[in-house]
Design a protein around this ligand. Structure first.
Ligand code: GLP
Length: 244
């Protein structure tokens, strides 16, 4: 779906999420959301916060699982995805902190595999992801599933691609400060979501958006695996859609 600008697209996505939360609430059920970081989802979170404050949208029945976190990474570091999520969403809504799950960048290396398996089983225990929000990296990564990621991959630690680290360098005030690794949900984890919405804004994303939507399905562009999902939508602005 192509919108004139990111604001209009983000509002539509926020509306869909709010509708799902309310529908689950009415049915007395939990709503399990897979959430993303980066600049792409910021306006979606802003709109959800506005709906909470002005329209009484409650997050009491919402359980969240974030896609990824840098590794190693302290929670209170301003570059952490923990910090990002609290700053943009969790600190402004009535979600139960016990229902918030973000990969932990402080787990010791010897415990990491076990930790990743438990993250995966927490998602399953919650009943699976009802909705997964995604951005896309210029390498075609979703979460931090860099080129080479297997379509059945699960939550694991991964080495970041050079392009990804270059893109993150300004936020870390220099490439040398960008972590080399991350913990990410796998492609397999994401594919199991009942509904997937990927956001891409701006000309910078237009080439990878074209490859993802029109290219052959390949582990070289992990986002192409979404072509096979039965309920995935790409929400784009005109600039991101320019090469389609
Ligand atoms: C990071 C995140 C991804 C995100 C990507 C794009 O690498 N791990 O989940 O999709 O950045 O970021 P942005 O939305 O800022 O372009």
């Amino acid at each position: 779906v192509i919108f004139n600008d990111s604001k209009t697209g983000s509002f539509e996505v926020a509306k869909e999420i709010a509708k799902l939360i309310r529908k689950k609430q009415e049915a007395g059920k939990k709503c399990v959301l897979g959430l993303a970081t980066g600049s792409s989802p910021i306006k979606v979170y802003e709109e959800l916060v506005r709906m909470h404050k002005e329209e009484g949208l409650s997050f009491k029945n919402v359980v969240t699982f974030n896609l990824d976190e840098y590794y190693p990474m302290e929670r209170n570091n301003i570059q952490s995805y923990h910090y990002f999520m609290h700053q943009h969403l969790f600190d402004h809504v009535d979600i139960d902190p016990a229902n918030v799950n973000i990969p932990d960048g402080t787990v010791s290396p010897d415990k990491l595999q076990k930790y990743c398996r438990s993250y995966e089983s927490q998602i399953e225990k919650a009943g699976g992801l009802d909705f997964q929000l995604l951005g896309i990296g210029r390498t075609g990564h979703i979460g931090f599933n860099e080129p080479g990621s297997h379509f059945n991959s699960a939550t694991r630690d991964i080495t970041l691609d050079h392009i990804t680290r270059v893109d993150a360098a300004p936020a870390f005030k220099g490439l040398e400060n960008v972590p080399r690794k991350a913990v990410t949900m796998g492609i397999g984890t994401i594919r199991k979501a009942k509904r997937i919405v990927l956001l891409a804004w701006g000309q910078n994303k237009s080439e990878i958006v074209r490859e993802t939507i029109e290219g052959e399905i390949s582990s070289e562009v992990p986002a192409t695996y979404l072509q096979e999902h039965s309920n995935a939508t790409f929400v784009l602005d005109k600039e991101a859609a320019a090469h389609l």
